[in-house]
Design a protein around this ligand. Sequence first.
Ligand SMILES: [Zn+2]
Length: 555
Amino acid sequence: MTLFSRKPVTKDYTTRVVRMHGTCNACKKTFDGSTSLENYYICPDCGKYMTVSAKARITMVVDEGTFEPWFKKPKDENPLHIEGYEEKLEAARKKSGASEAVTIGKAKIMGETTVIGVCDPQFMIGSMGHEMGERITAAFERAIEERLPVILYCCSGGARMQEAIISLMQMEKTAAAVKRHSDAGLFYCSVLTDPTMGGVTASFATLGDIILAEPGARVGFAGPRVIEQTIGQKLPAGFQTSEFLLEHGMIDGILERPFAREHLAYLIRVHKTDRSVAKKFKVKSLEPIPDVYEEQISAWEKVKMCRNGYRASAMDYIDRVFTHFYELHGDRCFRDDRALIGGLALFEGMPVTVLADLRGSGVQDRMARNFGMPMPDGYRKAVRLMKQAEKFGRPVVTFINTSGAFCGVDAEERGQGEAIARSIMEMSGLKVPVLCILIGEGGSGGALATAVGNEVWMLENSTYAILSPEGYSSILWKTEQRAEEAASIMKLTAQELYRLQVIDRIIPEYGGADSETADKISEVMQACMTAFFKKFCVMDGVTLADNRYTRFRKF
Ligand SMILES: [Zn+2]
């Protein structure tokens, strides 16, 4: 079961044969290393992800023979001279076969060079002392010098008690090193494995540009026993698992071991390519397209068309216009909003960040997506992903189709107005090209929150309005009955908005946007996008932000 919305990215991954040692802590079956298993330390009996040593992890993830270790046996082993600590370290070394709780070096993953570090659960449960902090910090520093991404497989029981306050200082030290690496525009991906607890979650483990976690891994700041003892509260089932974190917006996705190599390689590849490749794009000439600047259908008819369940969704266009859409989840605050999704994709090989309102299909999916009405969490996720796009110089493309931002008590409690305002503000200043396409209903502030583009396009029959015609009629005339009349005077059609210069382009629908016409619409969209990227990708960041400022300043 994969929680990414798309299949694995490439076909060329090879199955890794790893000899399994150890006991499955779910079903207690023991493996003595005599069997070679092709299943990545996933228990063949019960499917549980078993603990993996740093050494075995590196074998599973990196290209054979490419790992170049960076750190040798540490010198200053017992900074606070705690009795018995050196013996404990010696025993941990024997048990794990590693010199410390993290192994770091340079390697290739499917040909992509990266710094990779792996915390070792078999070395004092990956507890963080000064040697671990030192290695991680030094690795980020060296990654800055060599302009390399960093991948860290995290696992930790928390701070190492034998090093007391010195252990605590590692949190500050490693977080500061991550900051420098990030400010240098470099990519960091953390992968959380079972267990990642305590100080490590409050420092480098949760600071990745992208955070992934293995299925079922326990991840949290305070351990469940501590919480239960402190506040006497019984914890819900599945509390502090990867799946719990995903739902609560803390991670981007679940990383299954068999696909780890190709997912990581894809992410490295995406983050080393910038928008300069757009210079080589060839603009396709299209057959004469139907006149879309004349009104063919009444405004009210268009309103009804956009609400129709058969209308093509953002996913229909994303699948056709881009390749390798890779969904990223969560606002890092509260929840993953499924009404407003985001992720990475490639346009003719150029990485872009895509955001899209999704209404869902089928009763369950529609409910899970809150009928396409985003919560504040959705807009906060959008801002997070747009700022991430800006860091890596990637263009942003948004697909808008919402009746509006959700109105309700919980949305207000979490600051719906502030979330929309911040999205508009941050979007206006982005130092990358931004293209916004209204593909259905464009409902008020909830739509505008992701519609601050260098260009704004609309599908021929889509709408964009301050509120629904029913709402407009009831405010203006104290009845909802005059919605049709309201629609006709509100200037909500693409044609009227083009004349008002609210939008820059109309994309033809060839009779109506549905599964039948999605191919043709996408073809036009793609050709127009090529021209858009050719024009805007060569501009520097300040010019792009100025261009957007001027565009909206005129109203
Ligand atoms: Zn098992």
